[in-house]
Design a protein around this ligand. Structure first.
Ligand code: GUN
Length: 283
């Protein structure tokens, strides 16, 4: 039986509709949630991501302000911008698009964002809260994956979950969220031995490695759920994910496409986090 193709676009639209309703209710009380998005330099992929975030704000009634800075912006200028946004009451969320162009450092920027406005959940204080299972914000991509699993009624409890990739943005927090829902979680990475064999044990396999079509059909247990977090380019320059979707769909029970899978979910959760930030700040 062919795999169910999990529709991230439609699911994200449903999440956004819920957020939009809450935003409207806040607006009726005179509160307009606001998101500031900082982009430095002219990386084309980052430009697309930032444009999509602005669109998601418009769709949910969230005020958005973009700060597009030249690649030669200094670390101090960037930190000064963050400080000014921390002080603005009309800005509830602050997101600095990563990666930053060299030699700019992301770490001090993340540390400078007020944890109350850290809608990416990258600040060490929010990361710590996630470890404790006691959080205000969840990181957008892992939370988007969980939302997709929930809305497709895919249980996590007691199941073997394998996360391929250990980034701070996706792999590590993804493993933590699956653990919070009582999955038995393994994290694989570039130094993992027998990676294919471990992947084949997964009931839920999350690919977040950033390598085009890295997960092949022989690495997937028949009936597994396969979540593709990748946004890669194949040898012809076409957009693809970390999973060889066509081949894996013949083995898996459910799979997310690229595009139209995890990406829209990430942005929908960013909107939800901005709404949460606004509610927290106006309490
Ligand atoms: N670059 C790739 N993904 C993300 C993300 O979720 N947040 C930010 N700020 N930058 C990114």
């Amino acid at each position: 039986m062919a795999a169910v193709i999990m529709d991230g676009k439609a699911t994200a639209a449903a999440v956004r509709a819920e957020v939009a309703q809450d935003v409207q209710a806040l607006r009726e009380k005179g509160i307009v949630p606001g998101l500031a998005v900082i982009i430095v330099g002219d990386d084309p992929a980052s430009r697309i991501y930032v444009n999509n975030k602005r669109k998601a704000c418009a769709q949910t009634g969230i005020y958005s302000e973009e700060f597009s800075l030249p690649a030669d912006t200094s670390q101090d200028e960037l930190l000064a911008l963050v400080a000014s946004l921390n002080g603005r009451s009309d800005i509830n969320g602050i997101l600095c698009q990563l990666p930053l162009p060299a030699p700019l450092q992301a770490k001090p920027v993340i540390a400078a964002i007020s944890p109350m406005k850290d809608v990416d959940a990258f600040h060490s204080s929010n990361v710590g809260q996630i470890m404790l299972g006691d959080y205000s914000f969840l990181p957008c991509t892992p939370a988007g994956v969980m939302e997709l699993l929930h809305r497709y009624h895919i249980p996590v409890e007691g199941r073997r979950c394998v996360v391929v990739g250990r980034s701070n943005i996706v792999g590590k927090p993804m493993a933590m969220l699956l653990l919070h829902e009582n999955g038995t979680v393994t994290i694989c990475h570039s130094r993992t031995k027998d990676l294919a064999a471990i992947c084949r044990e997964a009931d839920i396999l999350v690919a977040a490695v950033g390598k085009p079509k890295f997960i092949t059909a022989d690495m997937v247990k028949p009936g597994a759920v396969v979540i593709d977090v990748g946004m890669d380019r194949d040898e012809d320059g076409n957009l693809c994910g970390d999973v060889d979707t066509q081949a894996v769909a013949a083995v898996a029970s459910a799979i997310t496409p690229v595009p139209g899978g995890v990406g829209p979910m990430t942005r929908a959760i960013l909107m939800r986090n901005t709404l949460t930030a606004a509610k927290m700040q106006f309490k």
